[in-house]
Design a protein around this ligand. Structure first.
Ligand code: TRP
Ligand code: SF4
Length: 337
């Protein structure tokens, strides 16, 4: 039986961080072995919030690509591409925008919350409102069966299904309805104890050097009740301990019991965590070094990925045009790969 198809994207809005690593990328790396996977860098999506300064866009895409490859995304096992290389995504976005009622977009919870959350950019644009339509185009273009995403993206997947249903009922049955693949992972706190995220400026980047990691870890928030070394600690409320649970499971039990018994100071505990993280990232950093030496290779990988993605996108678009505007014949892009 043909493998089921998985598709997911990530925005290149800066270097990827440890939250991305455990929340998305490590999962993608596993999925590559079980499914036919399409992973892409959503540079048009990034433009919806960073359109006012595009000077770093090209470098950001390259860096995210290096991050993905160094973490184990393997272009031999999956199709890795850049969204803006496949112009068909824009065409499908346009055609979907014709059939998507405005209230469907206005009620997407991320619409209002992101406008409040992302300061410094005017998000009152048409492009930002249409963000989920572009995402639906990404997903439906490849007729993905599963979309691995975090909880915050569920409304976008639901909207994708609604757009698919509306298209199929207005014209011809073209699109299967995708399902989310919810990944269960602990939410990683950032340096300040809030969720790690680029917009909160509290991240440890996957590519941070050992020196930077050691410095950042020392600034992490710990148990606020532990003022003196002799105060007994509560690992349950300490961000440092959460990191042990994710990246240093073998040490977590000892750390917790020493903390509770006030047998270990926070500075020593953090220094050891920095070592744990540096070791965890060692193979990733080694791979990054290799890739940085050969920038032509990144370009080549993305070009090859785009060639494969484009083949499918072209067939889907012929099908869509045939169904919606009676242009060309009818094809099925699932049966051609
Ligand atoms: N909106 C997603 C995010 O911010 C990124 C994304 C764009 C995506 N297109 C996608 C995810 C298609 C899954 C499928 O995380
Ligand atoms: Fe956190 Fe470690 Fe300090 Fe306990 S000893 S509060 S786990 S940093």
């Amino acid at each position: 039986m043909a493998k089921k198809r998985v598709l997911s994207g990530i925005q290149p809005t800066g270097l990827l961080h440890l939250g991305n690593l455990i929340g998305a990328i490590e999962n993608w790396v596993k999925l590559q072995d079980q499914y036919e996977c399409f992973f892409f860098i959503a540079d048009w999506h990034a433009l919806t919030s960073t359109y006012d300064d595009t000077s770093k866009s090209k470098e950001d895409v390259k860096q995210v690509c290096i991050d993905l490859l160094s973490c184990g995304i393997d272009p031999k096992k999956c199709v890795l591409f850049k969204q803006s290389d496949i112009k068909e995504h824009a065409e499908l976005h346009l055609l979907f925008s014709m059939i998507t009622p405005l209230p469907w977009l206005e009620r997407v919870p991320t619409y209002k919350s992101k406008i409040d959350e992302i300061k410094g950019h005017d998000l009152g644009t048409y492009g930002f409102l249409g963000y989920p339509i572009l995402q639906a185009a990404d997903i439906l273009m490849y007729k993905a069966d599963f979309v691995p995403v975090g909880q915050d993206q569920l409304p976008h997947i639901e909207l994708t299904r609604e757009i698919a249903r509306r298209f199929n009922s207005l014209y011809v049955d073209v699109f299967p309805e995708p399902k989310e693949l919810l990944t269960k992972f602990p939410v990683l706190p950032g340096l300040d104890g809030r969720k790690m995220s680029k917009s909160s400026n509290n991240t440890i980047a996957i590519s941070d050097s050992p020196e930077v990691i050691a410095k950042k870890v020392l600034t992490m928030i710990t148990d606020p009740a532990r003022v003196k070394k002799t105060d007994k600690g509560h690992p349950g409320v300490c961000s440092v301990y959460k990191f042990y649970q994710v990246f240093g499971k073998d040490k977590a039990v000892v750390v917790a019991s020493e903390c509770r018994a006030a047998e270990c100071g926070c500075v020593a505990c953090k220094k050891e965590l920095a070592e744990v993280l540096i070791n965890y990232l060692k193979p990733i950093h080694a791979k990054r070094k290799e890739l940085e030496k050969d920038p032509g290779k990144i370009e080549q990988i993305l070009n090859e990925g785009a060639d494969k993605a484009e083949k499918i996108a072209k067939i889907t678009m012929r099908e869509v045009r045939g169904a919606m505007i009676q242009e060309g014949g009818s094809y099925d892009s699932r049966s051609c790969v």
